[in-house]
Design a protein. Structure first.
Length: 322
């Protein structure tokens, strides 16, 4: 098929789709199954670092099943006192047969949905099914997205603990959790790790940043989602987790290992290993498990394809000439 125009989707358009978090989790799960079977292909993430917490990155993937390819362009800037996101992204979706652009979409909401969907896909194999408490270190958009995705997967979740470098954001997040029917409280980091069955860390990198979370504080049976690439964690003791998983193989040898990002060469499984059954995941209630998430083109492509298909069916977006 030859495309004479492409679709432009704004953040508002994507919000109007009201994608169900369980469906997002499933399409990401299925994409990693296809990836493990060789039907979906990616290239290593490319990154240009400008300074601490300041970089531009690209992720690429091709899905042979649906004949689509995607590239995600990400701008990461240091947090400031301005009420704005410190991560901006766009996703381009192309037809593999003609090479023509099908869609360009805002990537901010898609990134939150994708990342939380990946964590939930991993939690099927790494979290205890009876998990009742969830702790958040960081209270931004990723925390909200993860609460929705994990609560849908694990209806046993009833209590939320939260800590944030900005105390006002922690209080606001706790208030929103209560309105959703959870009990919620603000606490210190060590206390949260000692009381949570699931821990999600989403701490941004600031110029004066130093890792501050000790793996020894994590109690037996906990699943940790290190959404912040593990930058908030002290490296000492991280290898003592019973199961360490990463989203893709490239994370085993990060391009710029530093005191912020663990090398992770000791990881036993990728997300593809878990969903394909090559790794069994959690096998006992006392195991401490952790997922390091650096972002995945597999998940980006899966979600971008879902968004594009739903937007077309709903008549959302703006057609622009190619």
């Amino acid at each position: 098929m030859i495309y004479s125009a492409f679709l432009h989707l704004t953040d508002k358009d994507i919000a109007a789709l009201e994608l169900e978090v369980g469906e997002v989790r499933q399409v990401i799960h299925d994409a990693f199954v296809a990836y493990s079977a060789g039907e979906l292909h990616t290239a290593p993430k490319a990154s240009i670092r400008i300074g601490p917490g300041h970089a531009f990155q690209s992720l690429m993937a091709v899905d042979a099943r649906k004949q689509v390819a995607a590239v995600k362009w990400i701008a990461v800037v240091p947090p400031s006192d301005m009420p704005a996101l410190n991560i901006n992204a766009s996703i381009l979706l192309s037809d593999t047969a003609s090479g023509r652009l099908r869609c360009i979409m805002d990537g901010r909401r898609a990134t939150v949905l994708r990342t939380a969907g990946m964590t939930a896909a991993a939690a099927r194999y790494l979290a205890r099914k009876d998990s009742a408490t969830i702790g958040f270190i960081g209270a931004g958009a990723q925390a909200e997205g993860h609460l929705a995705a994990l609560a849908a997967l694990l209806p046993s979740l009833k209590a939320v603990h939260v800590n944030s470098g900005a105390s006002n954001s922690a209080t606001r997040f706790a208030d929103r959790c209560r309105k959703l029917g959870f009990s919620a409280r603000v606490g210190d980091v060590r206390e949260i790790l000692a009381q949570s069955d699931i821990v999600v860390t989403t701490v941004p990198l600031k110029p004066d940043f130093e890792p501050f979370i000790d793996a020894a504080w994590v109690r037996p049976g906990t699943f940790v989602a290190a959404v912040d690439l593990g930058r908030s964690w002290k490296h000492e003791g991280l290898s003592a987790f019973d199961i360490t998983a990463i989203d893709e193989d490239a994370m085993r040898h990060h391009a710029e290992p530093s005191r912020f990002i663990p090398a992770l060469d000791y990881a036993q499984a990728t997300l593809a290993d878990l969903v394909s059954g090559r790794h069994a995941g959690r096998t006992g209630p006392q195991q401490r498990t952790i997922l390091f998430s650096g972002g995945s083109a597999v998940a980006d492509l899966a979600l971008a394809t879902l968004i594009y298909e739903r937007a077309q069916a709903a008549g959302l977006g703006t057609q622009l000439p190619s």
